[in-house]
Design a protein around this ligand. Structure first.
Ligand code: GLP
Length: 240
């Protein structure tokens, strides 16, 4: 793992945003794995500014998002689909048919998992996977558990995650289930970038980098991937 500690979230957004803009310019048909949450926002804002300045095109880029809530309409304001439209896709020239999400309302979750795995494979695999990290060390929605998962699956969210994310659900209860890429799907990405900002992530970051590899802290599995870059602000790095 390569660890880069910067002053604050804004600096990470600039450095990582620059990386993405350069990567897409060099690889216009690349496949990006994307994340939701507060953490990626500065990076997405940098990318949108570069696009608006005419610096880069996403016309041939394909994306796969990590996860989606179950039992929430796709166009709900809190769906991850809506999050990505509002914060990134609607500002870019990316083609709707190149944007991929897990269907949290699929009738058959196992078939949905197979569909997503096949779509990733047909696209040639994920070139760069963006990850945030949960306070309990989760990546995507892979919660602490007894075994590492492989392909996408339906997960029961933990209380820690419900507590962290329910702030966004001001008019309806937060779903307690989600569809998420599994650990295997994430590890098959050629390159992984993980960003953690703020003191609430410091304990999980310490476990991820310095602790044992254990499904009780899912992000620790990234120690086994050959190309991971972790971007931290000072608070998230404070226990290292
Ligand atoms: C969410 C998402 C993760 C995200 C994490 C941290 O629940 N499923 O993909 O990385 O929790 O979110 P945030 O960036 O808002 O702290």
């Amino acid at each position: 793992m390569k660890v880069i500690t910067l002053e604050n979230a804004a600096q990470i957004g600039e450095q990582l945003g620059r990386f993405y803009v350069d990567f897409v310019k060099e690889h216009p048909s690349c496949v990006l794995g994307l994340a939701t949450g507060a953490t990626p926002l500065p990076t997405y804002q940098y990318i949108v500014k570069a696009y608006e300045a005419g610096e880069v095109s996403f016309a041939d880029v394909t994306t796969f998002n990590l996860d989606e809530y179950c039992d929430l309409p796709k166009d709900n304001k809190n769906s991850y689909y809506t999050f990505m439209q509002e914060n990134l896709f609607k500002h870019l020239d990316i083609k709707a048919e190149n944007v991929n999400f897990l269907d949290g309302n699929a009738a058959d979750y196992e078939a949905e998992s197979r569909r997503y795995a096949q779509a990733i494979q047909a696209a040639g695999g994920i070139d760069v996977q963006f990850l945030g990290i949960g306070r309990n060390g989760h990546i995507a929605f892979n919660e602490p558990s007894d075994a590492f998962t492989d392909e996408a699956f339906r997960v029961a969210l933990t209380q820690s995650t419900i507590d962290a994310n329910s702030i966004y659900f001001d008019d309806a209860p937060m779903p307690h289930y989600a569809m998420t890429m599994g650990i295997g799907s994430i590890l098959r990405s050629k390159k992984i970038v993980l960003v953690a900002t703020g003191a609430s992530k410091a304990q999980a970051v310490k476990g991820m980098i310095e602790g044992a590899v254990t499904p009780q802290l899912p992000a620790s599995v990234l120690q086994q991937h050959a190309d991971v870059t972790v971007y931290l602000d000072k608070e998230a790095a404070s226990l290292l």
